[in-house]
Design a protein around this ligand. Structure first.
Ligand code: PAN
Ligand code: ZN
Length: 190
């Protein structure tokens, strides 16, 4: 394989050239937001919002590679819950990851499989570390797109199913203008 470079726009998050861009809309996240009545109302009255996009650098997902991408997480809320990514564990649980904030403001929310939760504020220039074994999700708590760069080992794999089934133990919501973690009443219900 030959060395190469990609161009990352810090302001828009676009990577060129990129692999296939992933788009996640509200309809891709059914059941993930707590306020299902509000979710249904938005889908009915406002349509299927774009929540985030991922621009990956095209690389083989194999040991030894370092995969990298940007995520553009658009501002917004469903009820009082901030726009967020689906969130996942790595299939190989001991594979870590680095996030670098490029624009906007968000939180990285992390969880161990015993339900232990932590959160890290991310602003432009914040290098946030996802240690081995932590599920990770980002939430946009600002009014602009929250844009970050991520890099992780090529053989990590993504386990979305565990979070789709069990959820995160706590959810990040707006409480009087303050991003606040609150217990998820549906956590672990499968
Ligand atoms: C990130 C995420 C990206 C989108 O690149 O994949 O922010 O979030 P979801 O994958 O949870 O939809 C990463 O953590 N890669 O491993
Ligand atoms: Zn990851």
């Amino acid at each position: 394989m030959q060395p190469f470079a990609s161009q990352v726009s810090f302001s828009t998050g676009v990577i060129q050239p990129s692999g296939k861009v992933i788009e996640r809309r509200l309809s891709d996240m059914r059941g993930m937001y707590l306020d299902t009545a509000e979710y249904d109302r938005i889908m009915r009255e406002e349509g299927d919002r774009l929540v985030y996009q991922v621009y990956p650098v095209a690389l083989p997902e194999e040991p030894g590679q370092v995969l990298h991408c940007t995520t553009i997480l658009y501002p917004g809320k469903v009820g009082d819950e901030y726009h967020m990514t689906k969130g996942h564990y790595h299939q190989l649980r001991d594979r870590a990851e680095v996030y670098l904030g490029l624009a906007g403001r968000g939180y990285l929310v992390l969880q161990l499989e015993d339900g232990t939760i932590d959160k890290v504020l991310m602003e432009p220039g914040t290098a946030a570390y996802v240690p081995p074994n932590w599920a990770h999700r980002t939430c946009n708590v600002g009014d602009e797109p929250f844009i970050f760069f991520a890099a992780w080992p090529g053989d990590s794999g993504h386990d979305y199913g565990t979070i789709e089934k069990l959820g995160f133990a706590q959810l990040l919501v707006d409480r009087g203008g303050q991003p606040t973690l609150v217990p998820n009443p549906r956590y672990g219900q499968g």
